[in-house]
Design a protein around this ligand. Structure first.
Ligand code: SF4
Length: 64
């Protein structure tokens, strides 16, 4: 199953991923870092755009 991960140690809280795909990502406003709101059932264009737009490469796709 394909799953995505978001490394909060890398995240700089730029708010880009929730803007690109608000169904999948949201900001954790207590620490001002993004987190996964809901695992996507497939890697949609919106998910891909968010991954590509992240300036620090914090979002990755895990294949297993
Ligand atoms: S795009 Fe990357 S750095 Fe920006 S909020 Fe999302 S995970 Fe964090």
């Amino acid at each position: 199953m394909t799953k995505i991960s978001l490394d909060q140690n890398k995240c700089i809280g730029c708010n880009t991923c929730p803007l690109m795909d608000p169904e999948t990502f949201e900001m954790d406003t207590t620490i001002y870092k993004a987190k996964i709101k809901k695992q996507p059932t497939e890697i949609t264009d919106a998910v891909k755009s968010a991954i590509e737009a992240c300036p620090v490469g914090a979002i990755t796709i895990d294949e297993n």
